[in-house]
Each structure stands twice: as C-alpha cells, then as structure tokens.
Design a protein around this ligand. Sequence first.
Ligand code: COA
Length: 177
Amino acid sequence: MNPIHQTFQDRHGAPYVVRDATPEDAPHLVELLNRVGQEEIYIADERAQLSAEQEASIIRARNPEVQVILVAEQNGQTAGSLEMIRGILRKNRHTALFGMALMPEFRGRRIGRGLLLAAEDWARQAGVQKISLAVFATNHGAIRLYQSLGYQEEGRRHRQYRLNDDWVDEIWMAHWL
Ligand SMILES: CC(C)(COP(=O)(O)OP(=O)(O)OC[C@H]1O[C@@H](n2cnc3c(N)ncnc32)[C@H](O)[C@@H]1OP(=O)(O)O)[C@@H](O)C(=O)NCCC(=O)NCCS
C-alpha cells in the first residue's frame, strides 16, 4: 500500500494536507474525539475511549492492508480525522466501514470532502469495492457530504439513539467504488 499524503485546497483556496496518522498525532486525535463527543449530536462516542498512549500503539500496530487512519492538517493544526477498516473475512473483504470528524472551527471548508476522497483512494488500493458508514438521521450536513460523493441510504435502525431527549434513527449509507 502506498502511504497517503495528498494536498487539497479548501473552499477559500487555502491548502490542507491529508496524510496517514503517526504516533505523534495520537494526543490530537484523542482531543478531537473528546471535543466532538462532547458536542453530543454528531457521533455516538461521548468521549475518546482510548488514552493518547493507547491510540499511539494502535497507530503503530495497525496493518496498512486492513486499516487506514488519516489526519487532515492545515497550518500545522489537526483539522480532523477519518478511520476506515476493511472486512478481513473472505466473505466481506470487499467492504470497508469508516467514521470521520473535524474540529468545529475547520468544518464547512471542504476538508471533510478531501479526507473522504483520500480514504477512497486507500480503499481502491486495498481492493475494497463497497464503503459503508452509519450516521444520525439528524446530521444533515454529513449526509449531504456523503450523498455528494455518491453514498446512498441502505437501511435505517429506528430510534437507535437518544439525543437530548429525542429519539434519533441511525441511517446506514453505502457507496460502490
Ligand atoms: C460532517 C463533516 C465531516 C463534513 O466535513 P466538512 O468539511 O464540514 O464538509 P465539506 O465542507 O467537505 O462539505 C462538502 C459537501 O458536503 C455538504 N455539507 C457539508 N456540511 C454541510 C452542512 N453543514 N450543511 C449543508 N451541507 C453540508 C455540502 O454539499 C458540501 O458541498 P459544497 O462544498 O459544494 O458546499 C464535518 O462537518 C464534521 O466533522 N461534523 C461533525 C462530526 C460529524 O458529523 N461526523 C460525521 C459523523 S457520521
């Protein structure tokens, strides 16, 4: 697998880089998950489940044929991250699943789009054919990003989550490369 290191332009023409995470990124990834988790309305995790040391070990130990952990960086700051894992069984090797999140101050600049396009490049190299994700039905911005790149709803788990006293469906989306 070739390492991922791609430069994109954000909505305002400013460059950002999407690259493979290194162990040095671990504290930033934990902070990112804590920040987005505390917002409560975008991802299921309420906070990072791992310490920075544990995250660094995972980055070090990951099998690049199976898992990619990407970081988007702008002006030396961690803007966001995407993690994708492909199926490891003969029956599901053609599939991959991902989750992604950006720091609040980096959203809406087309950085999410670059992260996902870079992850799709990794998936193609890995021989993945079908990419899936799960998203809260209330997360309209994320759903629009996925739709704009060809992802379509495949199914829905009704009232799968409880967000701020409301029931929220979980939508499963997929895209064939
Ligand atoms: C969802 C998320 C990853 C999208 O990344 P982003 O950089 O903000 O989105 P982009 O700027 O790349 O958007 C690309 C396209 O998606 C759509 N889109 C993204 N956010 C949108 C929003 N809030 N409202 C409307 N459309 C939106 C637009 O169609 C946009 O196309 P355009 O650039 O032509 O306008 C990011 O906003 C985020 O981290 N949100 C919080 C965490 C989260 O929701 N993670 C996903 C959980 S499933």
